[in-house]
Structures are given as structure tokens and as C-alpha cells.
Write a protein that binds this ligand. Structure first.
Ligand code: KIV
Length: 272
């Protein structure tokens, strides 16, 4: 295994742009708390996403819809305190930016002021473009998100691959260009055919970051709990597991229980 040595320089939206230009891939993972953020940042991740996937992973909801702005701000401020180098991007949760761009700006301002994060992410293209423009006009960097957009799950009815049909692929390309023109600094492409992700990546000058979108995007993102194997039930094709923490943690908990029951913990050295 080759170990990547990250530079000490803080990651900014400009550095991500430079990485695209020199062909260096961007490594992004989700983070929802201080301790994990410290480990991820120390390991050299370029971007930490405080994703609204926290609604599933942390809060146990079936979808990303219930998580609130206050909850996202609490998680994001915990992550920010654990980071020295990575760029911290925070999802604007469902209902805080669609429909009314003034409301969108207020939501983004709250995230930036109250969490100390560096950027926000929004799902959607044409239908959120006014919100994107207004947030960017206030000097807040915005990351876009197209393809599978979990906040629209009740519109799709399924988490299947998106944009396999020509019309949806054409709309995605159009949305990607619109977002770039509006000034987003990067674009997440979720669960779309690899060839389409390659086409989008070639057409945009801003970096693309894929999840289930093949190898040709400028970077990759996964949900940290998924790649660590904390949750064994979720195993889509695109997910590579880098650890089996579910088994490892279950083993540790079982050992602890058995030590406590056997009065083997604490021992003499573990007492005052
Ligand atoms: O909320 C999230 O974790 C995300 C990633 C899957 C891109 O949006």
C-alpha cells in the first residue's frame, strides 16, 4: 500500500481547482463528529463533507429528509473543531434552500456563521439555480450535487442509477453547465453511468467528485461509515469496504461484556 503524504497547506476551493488542472485526484469522505474528523484530517483527506446522510447514519432515519438545519449546524461545528487542513463542506438540509432563494441565503449564512465551515452543498440544477446564485453572491462557496439526489427520493421512488435514459442525461449535462456558470466550485455526481460522468467531467472546468459514478471524475467521495463497514446491510456495487468495523467492534464489545461479567475488568493495574 502506498501512503499518500498530504502537504500541510490548508485545502481551499482554489486548491481543488488546481488539483483538477494538474490531474491530482480529490479524496473526500463524510464526517459528522469531532473525533472522526480529527482522524480523517490527520490521514490527509482533502475534503470532509458533513453530509445530510447523517440523517440515516447518525439519526437512524430512513431518508435524508428529516434532518434539520440546527442539527446540521451542531454536527458541522463539531467537525470543524477537529480539522486543521481539510476543506469542510456542509449539506444544506431538505427544505432550507428550495423554492425561496432568500431563505436559502439565510440557511447558508447560519451554517457559515454558526459552524465555521468553509462551504455548503446543495442538490439540484435548474430548479435551485436562483438559490445557488444568491448564496454565491454573498461570498459563500457552493458545491453542487446532481444524479441521484437523496432529498428527492419521493419523486424518484427508488435509489437506482440515474440518467441512464438520454433525456435525463441531457438534462444533467445542462444542469452541470448551469451550475458551473452560476459559480459552484465543484460538483458531486451520484450514481450515474461512468461514461456520462466522464463526459460531464470533460465538459466542465470545475472539479467533479463521484460516488457510484466511475473512475473518470476528478475525485471520489464515500460515506465513511459505509467504507469502514460499520453498517453491514448497505452494500451497493459502488461501495468498496476498507475495513470491517462492524465485526471488529462487535468482537470488542463482546470481550468487554465477558470481562465485566467474569469480574476480570478492572484488574489491579486498572485501579487507583
Ligand atoms: O449526504 C451525503 O453523505 C452525500 C454524499 C453521499 C455525497 O451527499
Amino acid at each position: 500500500m502506498s501512503v499518500h503524504k498530504p502537504s500541510d497547506k490548508k485545502v481551499t476551493t482554489h486548491r481543488l481547482q488546481e488539483m483538477k488542472e494538474r490531474g491530482e485526484k480529490i479524496a473526500m469522505l463524510t464526517a459528522y463528529d469531532f473525533s472522526m474528523a480529527r482522524i480523517l484530517d490527520g490521514a490527509g483527506l482533502d475534503v470532509l463533507l458533513v453530509g445530510d446522510s447523517a440523517s440515516n447514519v447518525i439519526a437512524g432515519h430512513e431518508t435524508t429528509l428529516p434532518i434539520t438545519l440546527d442539527q446540521m449546524i451542531f454536527l458541522a461545528s463539531s467537525v470543524v473543531r477537529g480539522v486543521d487542513r481539510a476543506l469542510v463542506v456542509v449539506d444544506l438540509p431538505f427544505g432550507t434552500y428550495q423554492g425561496d432563494s432568500r431563505n436559502a441565503l439565510q440557511s447558508a449564512i447560519r451554517i457559515m456563521k454558526e459552524s465555521g465551515a468553509h462551504a455548503v452543498k446543495v442538490e439540484g440544477g435548474e430548479f435551485v439555480i436562483e438559490s445557488v446564485r444568491r448564496i454565491i453572491s454573498a461570498g459563500i462557496p457552493v458545491m453542487g450535487h446532481l444524479g441521484l439526489m437523496p432529498q428527492s427520493i419521493y419523486k424518484y421512488g427508488t435509489y437506482a442509477v440515474r440518467a441512464t435514459e438520454e433525456a435525463e442525461a441531457a438534462q444533467l449535462l445542462k444542469d452541470a453547465r448551469l451550475l458551473q456558470e452560476a459559480g459552484v466550485f465543484a460538483l458531486v455526481l451520484e450514481k450515474i453511468p461512468a461514461q456520462l460522468a466522464q463526459q460531464v467531467t470533460a465538459q466542465l472546468h470545475i472539479p467533479t467528485i463521484g460516488i457510484g459514478a466511475g473512475p473518470h471524475t476528478d475525485g471520489q467521495v464515500l460515506v465513511t461509515h459505509d467504507m469502514l463497514g460499520v453498517n453491514q446491510e448497505f452494500s451497493p456495487r459502488f461501495l468498496r469496504r476498507y475495513a470491517d468495523l462492524h465485526t471488529e467492534m462487535t468482537r470488542a464489545f463482546a470481550s468487554y461484556i465477558s470481562d465485566v461479567k467474569a469480574n476480570d475488568f478492572p484488574n489491579e493495574q486498572e485501579c487507583y
